[in-house]
Ligand binder design. Structure first.
Ligand SMILES: C[S@@+](CC[C@H](N)C(=O)[O-])C[C@H]1O[C@@H](n2cnc3c(N)ncnc32)[C@H](O)[C@@H]1O
Length: 473
């Protein structure tokens, strides 16, 4: 876990976002529903699952019909509880009543809404509320079924949570997952970005309007949703880490380059009563399927069942769990599919005797750095010194030290000041070594809070460059 303060700030942001959300899945564009109908549901049906709801309901039903006792279902990050109450009602319609649902949710406003709705539907006796943080929660009961519905991409300590899920599941139990598994912060991997940029260049301005800023985006804005709260905080780890803990049976992974065209930022630009817009969404959906099937891009969404014991795998065609993981530990020999230095480090921030071989986490598109930046790099020659070029504007209330670590080990501290400054640090890294540099700033400010513009981000400094100095002789 990162240091406590950052965690608490993110948690507060997360609570703020959801406290007012009465309809968590509301405001999804029509293009998203069309894509799901045409590109997601048919694949699920091919796996013998009629719908998303039935994936959950039939799993619980099978456990309940097999048992004379009360079957216990745990829903992680259950929000307002509307899905869960829907499952209970659907089960009741099938004459299944021996089910109790435990709602694990950190947001008390949402728990209250869930409790009110349960009362209204006469289901209070079947619902239990657990107000807890799933990053630290310890299982206190056996579960027949655990459900994670659009929630794993909010989890920081996946290893802890998966451990609790595995250990609390009955041996024949099921973990139902419907979630996002793409790059952290719901950003694009370079290979997908490349395709989206090409589509972008063909779009008229009205299809490039950004719902957050109201502006027409000349270039696709690859927003980092994990900059503040927990949205997509470790989404790229959701699947690979899960495979270390549990065994899949039904497995459907889908979606990637279609995402920006069906999301809340740009998706509403596409009018599904317009035949051209419909055709465009369908074409991008078909292209996306082809790219996923060919292995050019890896899926960003997962709908699957997992179990404590090995199970027979029923994956959609060649989209196996292994092929659905976006590897980050290999550099493709052609330089295409994996890290392309140009797209991994679009500002060319890493210079000298090495290059960036992955996403510079924490460095925003305008080179502002939040609190912590991580820079995965590979040296091309032996390095003995690193220079950091920073800029801290005068309006920043305080400036302090910048702690530097290499592969998690502290290697030094820089004392930053206002203005454009250069700081050197003696640091030895052998040639052709992949390593991760972490920069943690001891100061930050939110411009809006200090009366400088409307920017709500936590910002520390502008990163102008990291120069790796090659050892002489
Ligand atoms: C995208 S919503 C999904 C809600 C619900 N599963 C649904 O699909 O309607 C994510 C949920 O996770 C909850 N959450 C976020 N961080 C949490 C944490 N650390 N512990 C427990 N719940 C958390 C949020 O409050 C929110 O209700």
């Amino acid at each position: 876990m990162p240091e406590r303060l950052d965690y608490q700030e993110r948690l507060a942001a997360e609570r703020d976002v959801f406290a007012e959300q009465v309809d968590v899945h509301g405001n999804l564009p029509e293009s998203a529903h069309r894509w799901a109908r045409r590109h997601l549901l048919p694949k699920l049906r091919e796996l013998g699952v009629p719908s998303l709801d039935s994936l959950v309901v039939d799993t619980i039903r099978a456990a309940a019909e097999d048992s004379a006792r009360e079957v216990v279902v745990l829903s992680l990050g259950s929000g307002n509880g509307d899905l869960e109450l829907g499952w209970l009602r659907a089960l009741a319609a099938h004459g299944v009543h021996n089910v109790r649902v435990r709602l694990l949710e950190i947001n008390s406003a949402m728990q209250r809404r869930a409790a009110d709705a349960a009362r209204e539907h006469g289901l209070s006796g079947r619902v239990e509320h657990i107000e807890a943080d799933f990053n630290t929660w310890c299982a206190d009961a056996e579960h027949d079924v655990v459900v994670a519905y659009q929630v794993l991409h909010h989890v920081l300590d996946l290893e802890h949570l998966y451990g609790q899920v595995r250990d609390s599941l009955r041996p024949d139990g099921t973990f139902v997952v419907h979630d996002m598994i793409g790059r952290n912060g719901h950003r694009r991997w370079p290979e997908a970005h490349e395709v989206i940029d090409r589509i972008w260049a063909t779009l008229p301005p009205e299809l490039r309007r950004n719902a957050i800023t109201g502006e027409v985006d000349e270039h696709f804005a690859d927003i980092d949703c994990a900059a503040d709260g927990f949205e997509g905080i470790r989404s790229q780890d959701v699947l690979p880490v899960l495979l270390d803990y549990l065994h899949p049976s039904v497995f459907l992974a889908a979606g990637n380059v279609v995402d920006p065209f069906v999301d809340r930022v740009y998706g509403h630009n596409f009018d599904m009563s317009d035949e051209h817009h419909r055709a465009l969404i369908d074409d991008i959906g078909a292209l996306d399927d082809t790219l996923v099937d060919l292995g050019v891009v890896t899926p960003t969404r997962l709908t699957a069942l997992f179990h404590p014991r090995p199970a027979t795998l029923r994956a959609y065609r060649n989209r196996t769990p292994e092929r659905s993981v976006r590897r980050t530990d290999v550099v493709d020999s052609t330089g295409r599919v994996s890290f392309h230095p140009g797209t991994a480090d679009p500002h060319g921030l890493v210079r000298g005797a090495g290059l960036a071989v992955g996403r510079l986490n924490g460095v925003h598109h305008d080179r502002w750095v939040g609190r912590t930046a991580t820079v995965p790099l590979r040296t091309t020659a032996a390095v003995d010194r690193v220079e950091f070029d920073l800029y801290v504007p005068e309006w920043m209330p305080t400036v302090g030290t910048l702690a530097v670590a290499l592969d998690g080990e502290p290697v030094g501290c820089l004392h930053a000041g206002h203005g454009a400054t250069r700081h050197g640090l003696d640091l030895r890294v052998p040639a052709r070594r992949t390593a991760e540099l972490t920069l943690s700033a001891g100061w930050w400010a939110v411009p809006r809070e200090v009366g400088v513009g409307a920017d709500r981000r936590h910002l520390s400094y502008v990163l102008n460059g990291i120069t790796l100095g090659a050892e002489q002789g």
